[in-house]
Design a protein around this ligand. Sequence first.
Ligand code: 6PG
Length: 248
Amino acid sequence: MKAASPPRQIVATDPAALAVVAAERLMARIAANAGRIAICLTGGSSPKQLYQLLASERYASRIPWDRMHWFIGDERFVGPSDPLNNMGIARSIFLDRLAPQGHVHPIPTGAATPGDAAQAYERELQSFYGASALEPARPLFDLVLMGVGPDGHTASLFPGDPALAETARWVTAVAKANVAPFVPRVTLTLPALASCHEMLFGIAGKEKHAILTRLLAGENLPANRARSMGETVFLMDEAAFGGEPLER
Ligand code: 6PG
């Protein structure tokens, strides 16, 4: 596999402008693929504005819903209707109203253990992909959305956790979260997340400035180990970046 290219940096004015850039990048990925499109969503609070935009008439009318499939990069091990459930948040903002049944692929947190949920989701991803080994020339996802936590975690890949070193599994359980909410997690692994045309990090707010500075300095943190085999983009707002916009 070719070495991942360094992330492209885009600075938007504020979280609202950031959401528009993210939505337009999603539309560009849709335009680049005339077939079935796989999007891997992210949890946390950052993507909410993007999800609201996708639900708005401006975008909802342009999205080919019958060709779209929606996955999630990590999940908190709580029931589907728990307010902490990442896919539950995306469902309530846009998917339940707009995505056809069977096109939303949540991590099954009703499983007996996080390990069982991880295995079941891996099987679901492999069945969707049509193979049990990822092929570099055929990415699993068109677009993978990512967030960054204050400790540099991304998805539920926390600094020092064995999940970061996983190279064989596509999905794995994480017994202990490093930041709130302190519930077990299920996360896609680095190789599964890498299997995409584009990985788009959304990083907004002044509370993200310290960790973003460390990431941009090249520190060995999970969010710097997650890279697309295609394009990786750091989409930041001015408060997080703490500087002048590089591109609007
Ligand atoms: C989760 C996440 C996690 C998140 C970051 C950023 O389940 O918590 O998927 O990786 O993206 O922690 O979270 P915020 O958007 O809330 O800052």
